[in-house]
Design a binder for this molecule. Sequence first.
Ligand code: AMP
Length: 504
Amino acid sequence: MNLIETFQPSLRGRADKPALWFGDRWYTFGELDRQSDAVAHALVNDYGVGRGDRLSMFLGNCPELIVFYLAGLKTGAIVVPINILYRDRELTHLLTDAEPRVLLCDPQRFEVLAPLRHQFDALEQIFVTGADTPAATRGFSELTESAPDTPLSVAGITADDPALMIYTSGTTGRSKGALLTHHNLVSNIVTLLQCWQWTAADRFLLALPMFHIHGLGNGLHGALASGCTTFLLPRFHADTAFELLRREKCTLFFGVPTMYERLLEHADADGAVPADMRLYVSGSAPLSPDTFARFKTVFGHEILERYGMSETAMITSNLYAGPRVQGSVGKPLPGVSVRIVDEAGVSVADDETGEIQLRGPNVLKEYWRQPEKTVEAFQDGWFRTGDLGRYDARGNIIICGRAKELIISGGFNIYPQEIINCLVDHAGVVEAAVIGVPDQRRGELPKAYVVAAEPVPTEAELTAYCTAQLASFKVPKRIVFLDALPRNAMGKLQLQNLPERDCI
Ligand code: AMP
C-alpha cells in the first residue's frame, strides 16, 4: 500500500468533511484531493514528472504545501522538503545533491533562492505561492486552475518506492538525504494511529514545521490518515497556540520540549488551561523531568514522550494508557525491534548503557547517492542511531546521551562540524571548535571557539557571516577567540578543556 491509498479513506471517504483550518479559511478533504489532482496533472503533463523524480518544497506551513506534497506523491515522485531556515550554504548543497526538477516556495524563501538558482541545472521550474509571480517562475494558483482535476491512478506506486527524502546533517558536516519509502511511512503512521488512539473525532493543532519528520511524517500523515480536523499554524507562537487549543476545543497537540516550556510560561501568565485536550506528545529532543512535572501540575496532563529520527520515523513511545514514565521515551513501537549494544555490537547487560540500534519496517531504505554512508549506518543489519540508552527495571528506554556529536537546539539538530566547516572557510579563521551549551528554553545552544588569522575578525563580523550562510539556529550564540585549541599530546582535540563550557 502507498501513502495516497492510506489517505484515500479520508480524501475520498470524508470528502465533504472539514480537513484543515488555516488563517480563517476552511478546506475539506475533497478540496485537498481535487486541488492535488489538478497539480499532479500539471506536473505530469507540463513537466513529465514521474516515479523517482525529485520535487522540492521550501516554504512555511500552509495549505499549498499540503496540496503540492499530495500531488508529488500522486505522481510517484520523491518529495524533498527543505528546512525554511536554510541559507546559502545549506541550500546550495541540498539542491545540487537532490536535483529536484520542480520546486515550490513562498515569496520570502524565493528571495533567498533566486540569487543561487543559476547553480541548479536540473531545476526546470519554480512555483511561487502568493499573489505576485516573480519573473521566470509560475504562480502556484495557476497550477490548480489550469489542469483537469480527475484523479491520477496511483495503483502503480509500490510500497517500496521512495516517497520522501529528508536531509539530515551528519558528523562530516555535509547533510545527506534519508530516503523513506511509502512502506516506511505507512507503517509509521498506522502504528501511531493505533498506539495514540488517533481518530477522525480528533481536533489536532499542528504547529510543528512540515519540513521535518515530526510535523510531516507524524503530524500531517496522521491527520490525513485519521481523517481528523487539523488547525494549522504557519509557525508556533505560544499565545496563538494556547488560544486555539482552548477556543477550538482541540484534543491533540505535538510539540518539541521548547514549545512546552513556552506554553508553561504562557499559562503562568494567563490562568485557565485547555479543557478538551486528550493527548500532548513531545519528541525530537529530551523532555526534562522538570518540564514533565510542571506541565502535569499546570495543565493536568502527563506529556507522552516518544523517540524517533528522520531516518527511522518513530522508534519508541510511552504508552497512551499509561503509565507515562518521566525521563523515559517508553518502549519500542509495535513491529520495531530495539537492541542496546556496546561498540562491538554485543548486547549490554540490562542496566548498562550502550548504543540504541533498531530494525523494523520504519527504517530508511538508503541514503541518497551515498551507498557507503548507508553501509556505515548499519551494524549486522541493525540501524545505528548514534544515541546512547539503557533500560529501566520495567523495560522502558532512557536516553542517556549521544555517541554522535550532535547538538539539539529547540528540537533542531546541529552537527558541530557543519558550523566548523563554515567558520574555517572564512579568511579570518584558522581553526574552530563548536560545542552545545545547556539552555533552559532551547535545550542547548551552539557556542564556537576560534583561532583567528590576521586581520583578526570581530565576533560580530563572524556572526554576520554565519547568519548569511547558515540557518539561524546553527549560528553560534557566542564566539570565543583563543590562541590555540586545547589538544593532547597526540594532537587530538580536548573539547572538555575548552574554557567556560557551561555558559554562553
Ligand atoms: P531528527 O532526525 O531531526 O528527528 O533527530 C533525531 C535525533 O533527535 C535522535 O537521534 C535523538 O538524538 C534526538 N531525539 C529525538 N527524540 C528524542 C527524545 N524524545 N529524547 C531525546 N532525544 C531525542
